[in-house]
Design a protein around this ligand. Sequence first.
Ligand SMILES: O=C[C@H](O)COP(=O)(O)O
Length: 267
Amino acid sequence: MCIFFCSFTLQIFTFKHLQFLSFLLCLQFFVGGNWKCNGTKDSISKLVSDLNSAKLEADVDVVVAPPFVYLDQVKNSLTDRIEISAQNSWIGKGGAFTGEISVEQLKDTGCNWVILGHSERRHVIGEDDQFIGKKAAYALSQGLKVIACIGELLQEREAGKTFDVCFQQMKAFADAVPSWDDVVVAYEPVWAIGTGKVATPQQAQEVHIAVRDWLKKNVSAEVASKTRIIYGGSVNGSNCSELAKQEDIDGFLVGGASLKVYFYCWA
Ligand SMILES: O=C[C@H](O)COP(=O)(O)O
């Protein structure tokens, strides 16, 4: 038995190396598991144990984002080969902000990434572009790397506004962050998240290349070529290979499937 990350990334790297021959720079593939508000001490202990016994492909960055309350448990039991991300962070230094978690506290628990701008934060909690931009700027200023999420709602896609929405969200990040060195962009169409309705490889590639082009025009050609743009939204063991063949898909941010044993075990 080999784990999903290993075998599927092996396939991915075959594809990607072939496809990227013409590129001067080959971006390291990135696989993020966003565990969202799921798990118990016991189920997380089992997941960590599965990950620890897995042989991960060397050329792939693997990051998991447990719920806050289990960060310490995961940090203390997970192999150092896998990095740990938070699912959110406060906009500045800690203090009298009930219920919030500061970047400093996240770093203290051993986190080196944070997911910001996730659609569940935008559309369920109500975080806006500027608020998310401030969070990104503060996290980066304190040495935390950022998975910056963007993506359109179904009605926005149907109204032909996908690019407008994604570019507006990109602009908010670009206006706030001083550097893109420690940023991975995650394109997550909201209609594909947790719905089982994955974007087709063509739909995803179309947005990824547009976002890269946006970075080229609005930030720099260097940032456009160096920034990883990953896809999220109902990714699983059956659809990941086709998505990964797309030239501008540099990895995945996976929710539901990252909690299931079969996701890690791909025979
Ligand atoms: O952060 C992950 C995304 O929201 C995707 O979630 P999903 O794989 O459950 O659709």
